[in-house]
Design a binder for this molecule. Structure first.
Ligand code: PEP
Ligand code: MG
Length: 933
């Protein structure tokens, strides 16, 4: 193979793809450097853990005979060791890299550091899973004041050589030597110098700068390095190489990589590989360029090759979003040969990996080179559509399709769109500001923040925020997380931040080029209108439109197809794919999916979303209504059992009506109703005016009322007089609730002919005796109602397991329980001894310091809380084989926790209505992982 170096147009042959496909034996053990290229390829796509996704897939593409510039990969193990010992390379690595480098020199017929025809390399990061743009890369390494002249002579293109050199000094200066603005958000000094140069010579784009301009710029850049570091820019290519390798290893721990890992639960211990790759050049002129493409549309999932291309540019220009690129179709006309090759290769790669691929490529003087290939990041819409389409195309099975979609991504399909009437009104009143690229779907409305810091600040103050930036940068990740939407003036669909926004499920409009953003002055101007920080703005990630002001939202088309009064007769592709995928999920899952709902309308929504029962009806939530709350207050403030009975008599019909609505909505599905749980003073007013009002309403003396309220005060209500302790103190409350419930059940049975399936649940039990007493009351009341009404049907009485003692004595508690439902919110609180209400103050710090892998209130702590669940399941089943087991804590809607529930063999999971589809898919995945057959 000839060298992938720019050839003089007049002289030497152009670089060509590796033809030979000799393969070295796959080595294991202590091998730390893996080569790929015409002389042989070590490693393959199966070695992502060791070679990182990039290294493994480059090797695989080489094996497929694709045009990949040769190179070598240093394993992730080396980075872990390097970081563990505080930044020293392991002994012997030097020799292994030197051998690999000389192999590369031989393959290309060039030498690293050769003053006449230098081999240049890129040094790239690559973790086991892709972390787009989170770590660092250095291009054009090997250039110095001498080799740049050799490159200029050899290529016959001085402008190109100095463009490559200024890029190298800039990247190396930033990544390796740490030459940056004072604060992470300040402008980079290299960018500032580049912009100043462009202004000085009247250049609109970087490509308008001449060879002489670029040469001068190199001098300015080197001066910046000297000023910031006190040292000259390193001229020795070997020193440059080791500096870059160390910096890329260290970039595993930069702020944005750490934040990205935390968001995606990627362990620190994985480390990053480093790929050293022979350079190919997209900045050689108009017949060169660089691009990013997806084998299908990553926003909608449509089966259509999709991508962006920048002529006369190098890789980072596209992904960093510095210039807004051209649509990929442009290549068909301007670069027909490369276009044909790209078409052939994209089809081949998608077939090979049986999934949508994200490709990075460079065209050097008309010839295509593949630089990267990985499973493409995609929106929830695209994930669902692509998975279902691949089944239709017979590329994957329905089971594989189910495993391809992140359950959390379904949330995007259920996310709101703008209310059409308000949208139209906004258009008519001239509030439409501009249009950008529809980079992340959904509709978002919020207050403008111009910096990530401001976005985080506003979010913590409880505001909805839209982060508005000039260009997308992976540095913004924390601000992106805080925002409901992201709007940028520059950058394309394939910029790193657009990829990350899509993956995070943020609404994103990118590349809205008409925006003039002045970050320092905290304002932006577009179409004659000026908006300041804190002003409302609305962005539509489906159309790319941007509007001033607030626009309210309404359900998405998928939600409309599930909940709408008039779902459209014809399903759009995404609606059809959603229904297909969830249908497959229901076929595969073993656990039932129930919902936590307290009102008839919530229950109806949950059913429409696929719930198969109620796993938790918190009866206290049913009291939040004007009339009901006063009756409850009267009950709490009663001075004696007679007064309490009178108040409860008022409550009974109200509760009965609510229960009846729920039983009707759940037609024949089980309904788990919990007796009163929270401490009583939560229902009472605490402000003087409200107390006075209540005293008048109830006709009681204000002083006595406030004394009573005061007497109910608890230092730690979470561990106080709540749960079954209330029912033990005031058995008439449990009795009244049970009566209301069974009367409602009988009414519904009589009116519909269909027997409801009530399951009565006693909360916060810690001893078997508590349950024995409370269950006794419930059963007696049920039997009394059945006897009075002359009908009967099966029902269950069980308990929540939400205290460690209950879990540890589950065998004894099961004597009195037909079922257990794990209340993992309280169980997490009491196992860790962390108050649910105060956890937010320090849990983020615990996650940052990797004391907790994740928030235990969101992801079930398998090692601790999970062990209690195991003990409780085992104890319950020992006493009562076949005891019904479920979960109703928030973890019931969390895919990881659902996987654990599957392994515990629970009968059902229960979650909030809008998480039901997520739980259905997660339950199917859990079943498939447990039983792949
Ligand atoms: C629980 O503790 O997990 C639970 C579901 O009950 P609540 O959140 O109402 O305390
Ligand atoms: Mg609880």
């Amino acid at each position: 193979m000839s060298a992938p170096t720019p050839s003089s147009k007049k002289s030497a042959a152009k670089p060509s793809a590796p033809k030979a496909r000799g393969q070295l034996p796959k080595a294991a053990g202590s091998k730390r450097v893996y080569c790929y290229g015409p002389a042989g390829t070590e490693g393959d796509a199966g070695m992502q853990d060791l070679l990182g996704g990039k290294g493994a897939n480059l090797a695989e593409m080489c094996r497929l005979g694709l045009p990949v510039p040769p190179g070598f990969t240093i394993t992730t193990d080396v980075s872990i060791e390097f970081l563990r010992v505080g930044g020293a390379f392991p002994a012997g690595l030097n020799e292994e890299v030197a051998t690999a480098l000389s192999g590369l020199e031989k393959a290309l017929g060039k030498r690293f550091g050769d003053p006449h025809d230098p081999l240049l390399v890129s040094v790239r990061s690559g973790a086991r899973v892709s972390m787009p743009g989170m770590m660092d890369t250095v291009l054009n390494l090997g250039l110095n004041d001498t080799t740049v002249e050799g490159l200029a002579r050899k290529s016959g293109n001085r402008r190109f050589a100095f463009d490559a050199y200024r890029r190298f000094v800039q990247m190396y200066g930033d990544v390796v030597l740490g030459v940056r603005g004072a604060d992470g958000e300040d402008e980079c000094p290299f960018h500032a110098a580049l912009d100043a140069k462009k202004r000085a010579v009247g250049a609109r784009a970087d490509t308008d700068l001449s060879a002489a301009d670029l040469e001068e710029l190199v001098g300015v850049f080197k001066g910046l390095v000297r000023a910031h570091t006190g040292r000259e820019f390193p001229q020795d290519p070997t020193e440059q190489l080791w500096g870059a390798i160390a910096a890329v290893f260290r970039s595993w721990n930069n702020d944005r990589a750490v934040a990205y890992r935390q968001m995606n639960r990627i362990p620190t211990s994985w480390g990053t590989a480093v790929s050293v790759v022979a350079m190919v050049y997209g900045n050689l002129g108009e017949d060169s360029g660089t691009g990013v493409a997806f084998t299908r549309n990553p926003s909608t999932g449509e089966k259509r090759f999709y991508g962006e291309y920048l002529p006369n540019a190098q890789g980072e220009d596209v992904v960093a979003g510095v210039r807004t690129p051209l649509p990929i179709e442009h290549l068909e006309e301007t670069q027909p040969r490369a276009w044909r090759d790209l078409q052939r290769i994209q089809k081949l790669l998608e077939r090979h990996w049986r999934d949508m691929q994200d490709l990075e490529f460079t065209i050097q003087e008309g010839q295509l080179f593949m630089l990267q290939c990985r499973a493409g990041k995609r929106t929830g819409f695209a994930a669902v559509r692509i998975a279902v389409d691949l089944v239709k195309e017979r590329r994957i099975s329905p089971k594989e399709a189910l495993l391809r979609v992140d359950p959390e991504a379904l949330e995007q399909l259920l996310r709101p769109v703008f209310d059409p009437a308000q949208l139209e009104a906004a258009r008519r009143s001239g509030r439409r500001l501009t249009r950008g690229l529809n980079a992340g779907p959904g509709a978002a409305t919020g207050r403008i923040a111009f910096t990530p810091t401001e976005a985080v600040r506003r979010k913590s103050a409880g505001e909805a925020v839209v982060l508005v930036r000039i260009e997308t940068s992976p540095e913004d990740i924390k601000g992106m997380q805080a925002a409901v939407g992201i709007l940028t003036a520059r950058g394309g669909m394939t910029s790193h931040a657009a990829l990350v926004a899509r993956q995070m499920g943020r609404v994103c409009v990118a590349g809205a080029g008409q925006l003039e953003i002045d970050t320092a002055a905290k304002r932006m101007t577009v179409g004659g209108q000026t908006l300041a920080e804190g002003d409302w703005i609305s962005i539509d990630g489906n159309s790319g439109e941007v509007y001033a002001g607030q626009i309210s939202t309404r359900p998405s088309e998928v939600l409309e197809s599930l909940l709408g009064d008039h779902p459209p007769a014809e399903r759009t592709p995404i609606v059809a794919a959603y229904h297909q995928l969830l249908g497959w999920a229901d076929r595969e899952r073993r656990m039932d999916v129930r919902t936590n709902a307290d009102q008839g309308d919530q229950a109806a929504t949950a059913i429409a979303l696929g719930a198969e029962g109620i796993g938790l009806c918190r009866t206290e939530h049913m009291f939040f209504g004007e009339r009901k709350i006063d009756a409850v207050r009267e009950m709490i403030l009663a001075e004696d059992p007679e007064q309490r009975a009178a108040a409860l008599a008022k409550l009974l019909p109200l509760q009965r009506a609510d229960f009846a609505a729920i039983f009707k909505a759940m037609a024949g599905f089980p309904v788990t109703v919990r007796s009163l749980d929270p401490p009583l003073h939560e229902f009472l007013p605490h402000e003087p005016e409200q107390m006075a009002e209540l005293a008048i309403n109830l006709g009681v003396d204000l002083e006595r009322l406030s004394a009573k309220i005061h007497s109910l005060y608890e230092s730690n209500p979470m561990l106080g007089h709540r749960g079954c302790r209330l029912g033990i103190s005031y058995p008439e409350i449990t009795r009244t609730q049970a009566r209301a419930l069974f009367e409602a059940a009988v009414d519904v049975f009589v009116s519909t002919g269909r027997a409801p399936l009530p399951e009565v649940m006693i909360p916060l039990v810690s001893t078997a005796r508590e349950l024995e007493l409370q269950a006794g009351l419930v059963r007696a009341e049920a039997e009394a109602v059945f006897a009075e009404r002359g009908v009967r049907f099966p029902y269950l009485v069980g308990t929540m397991i939400e205290l460690p003692r209950a879990a540890l004595t589950a065998d004894l508690i099961a004597e009195h329980a037909d079922f257990f439902s794990f209340g993992t919110n309280d169980l997490t609180q009491t196992t860790f001894g962390i108050s649910r209400d105060d956890a937010g103050k320090f849990i983020p710090l615990y996650i940052e310091q990797e004391i907790f892998p994740a928030d235990p209130f969101a992801n079930l702590d398998e090692a601790g809380v999970g062990k209690l669940l195991e003990i409780a399941c085992e104890g319950g089943r020992r006493t009562r084989p076949g005891i019904k087991l479920g979960i109703c804590g928030e973890h019931g809607g969390d895919p990881r926790s659902i996987d654990f529930c599957e392994r515990l063999d629970l009968d059902y999971i229960s979650c909030s209505p809008y998480r039901v589809p997520i739980a259905r898919l997660a339950a199917a995945q859990a079943a498939l992982r447990r039983n792949p057959g």
